[in-house]
Design a protein around this ligand. Sequence first.
Ligand SMILES: NC(=O)c1ccc[n+]([C@@H]2O[C@H](COP(=O)([O-])OP(=O)(O)OC[C@H]3O[C@@H](n4cnc5c(N)ncnc54)[C@H](O)[C@@H]3O)[C@@H](O)[C@H]2O)c1
Length: 357
Amino acid sequence: MKEIKINTDSRNYPVLMGTDILNKNNFKEFSHKEILLVIDSKIDESVKKEVQINLSNISSKYSELTIEANEENKSSDTLSMIHDVLIEHSYSRDCILFALGGGIICDITGFAAATYLRGVDFVLIPSTLLSQVDASVGGKTAINHPKGKNMIGAFHQPSKVLTDTKLLKSLEKVRIREGLAEIIKHALIKDKTFFKWLEENIEDLLEGNDVKLLEAISKSIEIKAEVVSKDETEQGIRKWLNFGHTFGHAIEVYGNYKKFSHGEAVAMGMVMATNLSQKILNLEKVEKDKIKRLVHSILTEELLKTEFHPKNLINLMSADKKKKGDNLNFILLSSIGEAQILSGIDESDIIESIKLT
Ligand SMILES: NC(=O)c1ccc[n+]([C@@H]2O[C@H](COP(=O)([O-])OP(=O)(O)OC[C@H]3O[C@@H](n4cnc5c(N)ncnc54)[C@H](O)[C@@H]3O)[C@@H](O)[C@H]2O)c1
């Protein structure tokens, strides 16, 4: 088992990670608490049972709610369902919510905890690679609004994160690739050595090798932890974590949130941001080629053939909520591991970078 400490202005908490960390020892500190467990409907039965037994055995009050994880359900209706259970069973301010699921379940449970009785504690047990390296670290919680993703939310840090790689065994292959996109992003903005390690180990990671995945998750969380510790509420360097996301969010909308998953859109966005980095920050061609090779290896042939209408994509980027004033913000690389925030970039340069080659 490995432990990484996340230190933020509002709270310090541990992320425990390993191949068997959902045992009762890691739940002991929650004994005699009122507990609500929110579960993703696709969690493997045996892992689910282990968590259910461990929590129901120690709690003073126990309820659970199973939710089908899709973006439509990341809604105010589902949030109300969680609040309804808490209110019907008279949960006090001293209660604690547990999320067992991917980013959707983590985000909505976190937001339910942030808003119930003006804020109660919660623990995350992320069950997808993406949520283990991204959504479970940093305290962003949210639900969607019909007009946009993650529009209603709060910064609310969990009390603890339990990251167990055995949960990844039941994941579809595409979900591993989505998580790898965020892992590659972490290397690109902060750590050249880790990028090189990813180049050498990408095949094992794609095949779901436990040991390698744990190493990648741990390194990736360390990078995100360092960034959010310095900038909890995204006033400065936390924006680096949006590398590939200005293009990526627009790509998600371009495909109506159906054609491309978040991870796929981010991966394609990273290729475009890399093209723009060469143009604007003189990122060396040899580094650009290395980045593309690695990112291409997590995308399918079919996705790599996608052609975008640049003007349409730029219009969608301008509608993104992270836009400041009239300028689009881009996170660009001067070299692998060195990120910068830039705005005021000529539209012609952005248009030129919208390609996957
Ligand atoms: N809070 C943050 O900082 C942050 C960061 C990145 C993404 N997000 C959010 O996270 C969400 C995406 O998260 P995600 O990629 O984890 O996807 P997800 O939560 O949508 O899960 C993807 C699919 O995998 C299934 N699943 C989950 N765990 C499983 C398991 N162990 N075995 C089999 N199937 C499983 C789910 O039921 C779902 O069908 C988005 O809503 C995004 O906005 C939040």
